[in-house]
Design a protein around this ligand. Sequence first.
Ligand code: GBH
Length: 493
Amino acid sequence: MDGDVFEKITRDDFIHGQFPENFMWGAASAAYQIEGAWNEDGKGESIWDHYCHLEPSPIRNHDTGDVACNSYHYYKKDVEILKELGVGFYRFSLSWPRILPNGTLSCINEKGIDYYNKLIDELVSSGVQPMITLYHWDLPQTLQTHYGGWLNDGIQDFFNDYARLCFQRFGDRVKYWITLNEPWEVAIPGYCRGETAPGHRDMAKGAYIAAKNLILSHAKAWHTYDKEFRATQHGYISITIDSSWPESFTASNEDQMASERFLAFHLDLFAHPIFVNGDFSNIVQHQVLKHCQAAGLESRLPRFSEEERKIVKGSHDFFGLNFYRCQLVKHKSSLNGMKTPQSFDKDRETEEFLHSSWPRTDATWLRMTPFGMRRILKFIKENYGNPRIIITENGCTQAGEHDAIDENALHDYFRVDWYRRYLNEVLKAIKLDGVDVAGYMAWSLMDNMEWNDGYSLRFGLYRVDFEDPQRKRTPKLSARYYKKVIQDNGFLA
Ligand code: GBH
C-alpha cells in the first residue's frame, strides 16, 4: 500500500471540461420505493408488500412502502420536480403486480396500465424521456408462493409475457428499457442469504439457481424486444448490473487474485454470460467446483445448455451500471472440506471491508469512494468489448441527514460534494480513458422507502416530508447543484 500513497493524494484531482453532446442526464426511482397505493385499484401483492407486513417486521422502525411518496396519486408532483431539475430522462420502474396482479396474463389490471400511461404521457409532454425498469425487485407474491419465484425456471416465460405486454402497451413512447435492476441483489440477499424479500435462505445453491433464471429471463425479454418490437419502436433494451469496486487490501499477489475473484462473483457473475460468452466465467466454475470436490460433491453450479448460451450471449444494447462504492478485498481461504458448509460466500474466498479513511454516510455499507467509478468504468470498457455505458444509479445518504431539521436538512453539502466528485470521475473516464459513457441517472430523485432501512436513509435530491399527507417534495442544495452541472453539461473553468 505504501507505494500508492502519493498516487492517492493526486488521484482525486479535479478536472474541468464538458460531457459529450447529447449526454443523457437523469434521475431515478423505483416503484416499491415511491408509489404507495399498495392495494389500490386492483394491484396484487408483491414480495416486498408481503415481506414488510411480516410480524415481527424485518424492516427498520417497522416501516413499509404502503404509502411511501404516494407517487401513485402524486405522480404530477414528480414530473414537476423533474422539470425543475432540468433532466432529460426519468428512470422509474413498473410494478409487475400492479399490471398483472398474480404475475401472469390470466388477469390484466387495466387500471394499473392507465397509471403508467398517465405518467408516461405527462413525462413526454414535459420533455422528459422515460427510461423504464421492468423489474426493480417487487415480484408478484403469487409467483413466489406457488412457484418459488426466481428459483423456478418457469419464471423465464412469466417474465417474458410481462415484458411483451409492457412493450405492447408502452413501447410507442418508451425508447429505453431495463429488464432487471441489480440481479445480484435479487439472487444473493433474496434467495441465498435470505436477508431481503422474499427472505429465502439457501447458501449453497440459491444464488446460482436464481442467477441463471435471472440471466435467461433477461435474455428472453431482450430477444422478444429485438424480434417483435425493435423494427417499429426503435428503442434500446439492456440490463442494469451493480457492483462494488474491489481495492486490493495489499499489493500481494494473493490479495490481487482475491480482488479478481470478487469481481468474478459480483459484476462479472452477470456481465460475463451476457457480454462475453453466454456462460459463467472460468473463475466462478473453478471456485465452485473446487469447494464441492473438497467435500466429495458434484458442482452446485447450474450449467447453460448450448441453446441457452446462444440466447444469453450478446443480449444487450448498452451496459447499465449502478455504482456506489469501493470495498477493500483480502484473500481468505475457506477450503475446509466436509467441515465447511457449502456456501456462495465461501466460494469466493475473499473477505471485504471498508477503509477507515473513507468518508462515512448514514448507511453503514456506504462510504464516499469516487475513484472506484473511474476504475470500474475502465474495467467495463476493457473486459466487455467497449460497450456504450449508461450509469443508471449513483448517489448517497448523508450522515446525520435523517434527523436534521430546518434548513440543515436541505443543506446537503456532503451530497453536493459526492455528485461533484463522482461525476468528475465519470468525466475523467470519458476524456482520459476513452470510455463510452452515454448517460448518468442520479439516485434518487427524492427520498424514499430504502428497503430494509425503511425511511431512515434519505437518498433524494429532493427531501420528502413523510409526516405530511401531501408528501411535500423540497429541493435540497444538491438538486440545485445537479441542475447547474446539467445546464453546463459538465464543469466549466
Ligand atoms: C441500489 O442498490 C438499489 O437499486 C436502490 O433501489 C437503492 O435504493 C439504492 O441502491 C440505495 O441503496 O445494509 O449492509 O445489508 C445498491 C446496492 C444493495 C446496497 C443492498 C446496500 C444493503 C447492504 N445495495 N445493500 S446492508
